[in-house]
Ligand binder design. Sequence first.
Ligand code: GDP
Ligand code: IMO
Ligand code: MG
Length: 425
Amino acid sequence: MSTVVIVGAQWGDEGKGKIVDVLTQKADVVARYQGGNNAGHTVVIDSEKYVLHLIPSGILHKGTKCVIGNGVVIDPSALLGEIDKLRSRDIDIDNNLCISQNAHIIMPYHTAIEREQEKSKKIGTTGRGIGPSYTDKIARCGIRAIDLLRPALFKEKLKANLSVFNYLLENLYKAAPLSEDKIFDEYMDYAQKLEQFIADASLLINREIAAGKNVLLEGAQGTLLDIDHGTYPYVTSSNTIAGGACTGVGIGPTKIDRVLGIVKAYTTRVGEGPFPTELNNDLGESIRQRGGEFGATTGRPRRCGWIDIAGLRYAVSINGLTGIGLTKMDILDGMEKINLCIGYQHEHKFYESFTTDLEVLRNCTPVYEEIPGWKESTIGIKEFERLPANAKAYIKKIEELLKTPIQIVSTGQKRDEIIIREEQF
Ligand code: GDP
Ligand code: IMO
Ligand code: MG
């Protein structure tokens, strides 16, 4: 039995969804611990494609308990849309989903205010109201899932919050105010549909762990988007790192056995913010096309660049990674040469590891080590030994530089296109 955290080691979209789906074969419970429907986790089974935004990627395995932890912010309309879509594809939600009563709810005023804020702040958010919702949580005026089931309390909180948000919308942003009655009716309808899922999720997970079950904790976004440790302010509004898993589902750190960092064989980023190894050229464009690097949530083109070992050294350290799952190796097939960024040169200083000093990240020169690529296709390879020699050399080079074992290698979109070098459970 073990509890394993799956965490994005870059700026998100590393392929967490696919790895969670693969590992769920041996998991009893899968829980999301932070973020909201800003996430887009794609899972491909045979020729069927599923994109999960709020529901853990484990839901595609029959009988697995799926939990939306207290650290997640939930847009009920998005969640119900996702539930309906899965139900229509014969996925059993009713017996398998649990929503933490402490999870905070995204309200229409959160998305409305974010739309206005983005006009001047330009973080390049997903526009899902994530930041404003976490702001309310920390300011202690947020609305929790359990509050949806207490209409009088919900109304009181809605009234108080809306008076502030409508003031800002009308007076500061010259935008249309929102109707309290309309929101109340809409959310009471959501409450009725979600009631069956709302429970004490922390109690459930701790019981499962105590009963010797395998638990997978699924992160969203990635390490460099962490609110405390990422490229602030170009980050998301939650603790994406492995530490967030404890607070995000309500378990103690002593309960975590392994932390698997998901690393894409190159780097991508969506939205604004520094990106030292970005390729603003034909090569970057070609990686984007080959890798299908367009956002699963917003459809925006993802910025592409070489693998950043400095960023990954930081991710290894800050998450306490015990292993790595390397994805999208196949996208590098056929490349003449591959670069690994082993550090940043800024003025007279060399940075071997990442820094949150944006001045450095913006103005540094990435220092590369070049290695030969491989001509052969790696798509669908299931045994490490069958990989082309240079692909194996690339994997070994990353392991050596990060002093961390690459325990899983993903060689395609599909569930079975995978090399498992070390089991997580
Ligand atoms: P997540 O947000 O970390 O779950 O990642 P996304 O799902 O947003 O983006 C990863 C994309 O790469 C998805 O379309 C996956 O289906 C796809 N993918 C994952 N692993 C591999 C792989 O090894 N090879 C290829 N070609 N695609 C992959
Ligand atoms: P998954 O889980 C990649 C980015 C946005 C923006 C910043 C803040 O699929 O890896 P937000 O809406 O969260 O306030 O936006 O974070 N972002 C992601 N980038 N993958 C994600 O999720 C992301 N979720 C948010 O593009 O730069
Ligand atoms: Mg994604």
